[in-house]
Design a protein around this ligand. Structure first.
Ligand code: SF4
Length: 294
């Protein structure tokens, strides 16, 4: 397989065939993100992507069931181009169940419902979207490129087209300074357009990013394990669902998961239990993870 630079994919796509449809991210400006800073954004030619699929077919056979299209925000590509990629994949991999890709809210809303339905028919059945926070002030400071209202509109738009949605929230990204607003604002967005999956990961400052400097200068305080659990507790208290809550990322202090609203009481009980644990029962403090590339 051919890959250019470091390639990222969601943990839930660990078993997927990863193919780069874009190089870099068309936004490339989130204050906490350094994933594609060294890449100038461009779309790869469909012919090159087809060649990659042929290589994968030769290497892994026709049994590929899921494909993840890297890099950041492949959803920015035109619908015609994505449909061509989807149809090329379906022609080679008859057991293909879904193709997924990253799509920030600001890009998802640019396609019409008809376009999303065409994409679903071409195999694009699930989108991974980093919201990070539903708090307006935090979103603006992170330079995410959307307001909470725009995120709600984009997610509702996609859900109406029957495409599955997996939304990522970043525990602790608002620091000790705004954790309550961050939790309550995030729940408010996700209650108005409940995604199929809500996935938690915990903020770890990435060197050479503005949000890392924000922390280093003392403007942002990282949460301790107990504070992160308190934030998650507040989030879960306010979440209504229907959604599946997951914490499938190594950065988290606790694996919190369950269906909302059915499992809310159990999730809160697990959080309350963990809130009694000594600090030594959790992973090392977040400061110790800086620079490890989590
Ligand atoms: S949209 Fe995603 S990949 Fe692009 S800069 Fe933001 S977090 Fe990074």
């Amino acid at each position: 397989m051919r890959y250019e630079g470091t390639v990222y994919r969601p943990p839930s796509e660990a078993r997927s065939l990863v193919i780069q449809a874009t190089i870099g991210c068309p936004h490339n400006a989130c204050a906490f993100c350094c994933m594609y800073r060294d890449k100038k954004f461009r779309a790869r030619a469909v012919a090159d992507i087809e060649e990659d699929m042929d290589m994968a077919l030769a290497a892994y056979g026709s049994g590929v069931r899921t494909i993840f299209l890297a890099d950041g925000n492949a959803a920015v590509l035109s619908t015609d181009r994505l449909v061509a990629i989807g149809e090329a994949a379906q022609a080679r991999f008859p057991h293909l169940e879904r193709i997924t890709m990253y799509g920030s809210a600001k890009f998802l809303v640019k396609k019409t419902q008809d376009e999303w339905r065409r994409l679903a028919a071409a195999g694009f059945k699930r989108i991974h979207s980093g919201l990070e926070s539903g708090d307006a002030e935090t979103l603006a400071a992170l330079n995410k490129g959307v307001t909470p209202e725009e995120a709600v509109a984009a997610y509702a738009h996609l859900l109406e087209a029957d495409v599955e949605l997996s939304v990522y929230l970043m525990v602790g990204v608002a620091g000790r300074e705004r954790w309550r607003a961050h939790a309550i604002g995030s729940a408010a967005v996700l209650n108005q357009a409940p995604p199929h999956f809500i996935r938690l990961r915990t903020f770890v400052p990435m060197p050479q990013t503005p949000w890392h400097d924000h922390w280093r200068t003392g403007a942002l305080h990282l949460l301790t394990a107990h504070e992160a659990l308190e934030e998650t507790r507040l989030l879960v208290t306010h979440l209504e669902g229907p959604s599946m809550l997951l914490s499938d990322h190594v950065s988290n202090f606790l694996d919190v998961q369950g269906r909302l609203p059915e499992d809310k009481a159990d999730i809160l009980a697990a959080l309350d239990d963990a809130l009694q644990w000594p600090i030594t029962a959790f992973r090392p403090p977040t400061e110790k993870l800086v620079g490890l590339g989590l």
